[in-house]
Design a binder for this molecule. Structure first.
Ligand SMILES: [Fe+2]
Length: 179
């Protein structure tokens, strides 16, 4: 009969030295796990994203065009129509948000999944706007009201958005944000 694990097998607060044959390679080549504080501005500042929104960049992975950040729309407003070429995973932290194209409203704790080939228009009608944590894959194409491509946002765009702001404000680039 197969044993059933009922809970992680831990009875005391102690580090267990787990054997792994390739530990030397891991320490040589892995970017390493890390903690990035998102509550304060110590690890990453809020960078203006238009006049009514801001982005707190949390990580950049150029190998897979991945980036993580918190998008903050500061009051009722819209983020223009955009088209995804990658997959987006987002969690609502505060406020609420919906898309003109869908019939749901996302609220704190809720998960939003977006897939390549979708375009949509993000709207928040909450008085405090919305804060969204995202783990995202680029590129994201932004279109104007005539469906003309205005801007393509990928990991390089996000990195430049962060670094330009840091340069302008004398903020040190945080190496922890780069995987
Ligand atoms: Fe989207």
């Amino acid at each position: 009969m197969a044993t059933q694990m009922k809970a992680p097998p831990s009875t005391k607060k102690e580090i267990v030295d787990v054997p792994f044959a390739y530990r030397d390679l891991v320490s040589k080549y892995s970017p390493g796990g890390r903690y990035i504080d998102a509550q304060s501005d110590d690890d990453s500042p809020w960078v203006p994203f238009g006049p009514t929104a801001a982005i707190k960049h949390l990580s950049f992975d150029v190998r897979r065009n991945l980036f993580s950040n918190i998008l903050w729309v500061k009051g009722p407003g819209t983020i223009g129509t955009h088209f995804h070429r990658g997959t987006i995973t987002m969690v609502v932290l505060e406020g609420s948000v919906r898309y003109l194209e869908y019939d749901w409203v996302a609220t704190p704790g809720g998960l939003i999944l977006e897939v390549p080939g979708e375009s949509h228009t993000l709207v928040t009608e909450h008085p405090d706007g919305v804060k969204l944590f995202g783990w995202m894959e680029g590129p994201i194409e932004f279109y104007d009201e005539n469906a003309v491509l205005v801007e393509t946002a990928d990991v390089w765009w996000m990195m430049n958005h962060y670094e330009e702001h840091c340069r302008e404000h004398g903020i040190a680039i945080n190496p922890k944000l780069y995987l």
